[in-house]
Write a protein that binds this ligand. Structure first.
Ligand code: DQA
Length: 149
């Protein structure tokens, strides 16, 4: 698939624990299961998967793909960083690649502090509450975009 544009699936803190972590909230699929599901559902697309517990590593990954080029967009589940990381917000705002904010759970139907996302404003859109399917819907959203809108 030479030359195909990649989609980066970027996951932040605690998402490495999916499957074990509060399955009643986040489901029983591991992050690997979710990633494999994406590859299986969209065989024509090229994915790159990256997860880190570290805010700085997520920022560096975003900058790296911006500098490398060849990426159609990013699906970002920033975990708890969603609710407070101005550094992440600034990084998203500073790159030209469209970023779709993804959440497994419906962050608006949970604790009050989860209802604030400091990144939504600089993302092209938000998909929240559909479990692993949030990532699939995010891919479809990215495919419908022509750039950062
Ligand atoms: C989450 C929601 C966040 O509030 C939480 O901190 C997470 C996961 C989700 O996918 O539903 O780690 O982003």
């Amino acid at each position: 698939m030479a030359g195909a544009m990649s989609i980066l699936v970027l996951n932040g803190p605690n998402l490495s624990r999916l499957g074990k972590r509060e399955p009643e909230v986040y489901g029983y699929q591991t992050l690997n299961d979710i990633n494999r599901g994406l590859t299986a559902s969209f065989p024509e697309l090229k994915f790159e998967f990256f997860q880190s517990e570290d805010e700085g590593a997520l920022l560096e990954k975003l900058f790296h793909i911006e500098d490398t080029g060849g990426y159609r967009g990013v699906l970002l589940n920033a975990g708890a960083l969603t609710h407070y990381s101005i550094a992440l917000r600034d990084a998203i705002s500073g790159v030209k690649i469209p970023v779709v904010e993804i959440h497994l759970s419906n962050i608006y139907a949970r604790e009050e502090f989860r209802r604030t996302s400091v990144i939504s404003e600089v993302c092209v859109g938000v998909i929240s509450g559909f479990g692993a399917n949030s990532y699939h819907l995010g891919v479809r959203a990215l495919l419908g975009l022509s750039g950062k809108q």
